[in-house]
Write a protein that binds this ligand. Structure first.
Ligand code: ZN
Ligand code: ZN
Length: 233
């Protein structure tokens, strides 16, 4: 491709030309071995929230694919300020490679299975921030992932109406406060949400306050099951 010639892909790990994740550096990528409960963040079988942790509006489970470090962290960081399509494709390619079948999670249906959970909702940005940045990386990554699994993507359900400080600059408790009340349900989608099973998608799980807050809003609106999915944790 001409673009590859003009802007050759370079490995994020070693700088070698050809791919963002070269065959050698791929070996350094760590998969999440133990999924955790989205409430207490202690190990939980296939990421399903412990029964004792679960509350009415909490997430039902969480699946994360990669350990957030090394070239995965680098890739996600790069995509936050500039959306490089080829990089996104490679990252999602790697993700889907590891999700099924060895990567079992009861909340995330495998490819070709009757889909119990089939609607992915990316965590939205505030419209002002999205305009400024020009894109929402969680939405663009989520769409690519969903395509591979034949999930539908809905960006007309959840809205961010409070302009919050970037979570990255804040600590755990401050993050929670900062994000509280930041999301709401968009008009005319109550019927869709009622009794729905949803996959809430974000690029990274850090403290979980964003996904927890989204889950609250969706469940208050009647969602039956909300399962978190992140590329990294
Ligand atoms: Zn490399
Ligand atoms: Zn727990």
């Amino acid at each position: 491709m001409l673009l590859d010639f003009l802007f050759p892909r370079r490995c994020l790990g070693c700088g070698r030309r050809g791919e963002y994740f070269c065959q050698e550096c791929r070996q350094t990528i760590k998969l999440i071995e133990n999924q955790v409960c989205p409430v207490c963040e202690r190990p939980a079988i296939s990421g399903r929230a412990h029964p004792r942790c679960q509350t009415r509006y909490s997430l039902d489970g969480l699946t994360s694919i990669f350990v957030y470090k090394g070239i995965i962290k680098e890739a996600i960081g790069k995509l936050k300020y500039k959306f490089i399509t080829d990089l996104a494709e490679e990252l999602i390619g790697l993700s889907t490679k590891y999700l099924p079948p060895g990567f079992h999670s009861e909340g995330i249906p495998r490819r070709g299975q009757p889909q119990a959970l089939s609607t992915l909702i990316p965590v939205p940005l505030h419209p002002r921030r999205q305009r400024w940045r020009g894109f929402n990386q969680s939405e663009l990554l989520g769409k690519r992932l969903a395509e591979k699994f034949n999930w539908q993507v809905r960006t007309d359900i959840l809205a961010r109406h409070k302009h919050t400080k970037p979570q990255i600059k804040l600590k755990g408790e401050e993050r929670k406060k900062n994000i509280r009340g930041a999301f709401r349900i968009k008009p005319n989608c109550k019927l869709f949400i009622m009794n729905s099973k949803l996959i809430l998608f974000d690029d990274v799980w850090t403290t979980g306050s964003t996904l927890r807050e989204c889950s609250q809003v969706l469940k208050r609106a009647g969602a039956k099951e909300v399962w978190g999915l992140t590329l990294a944790r």
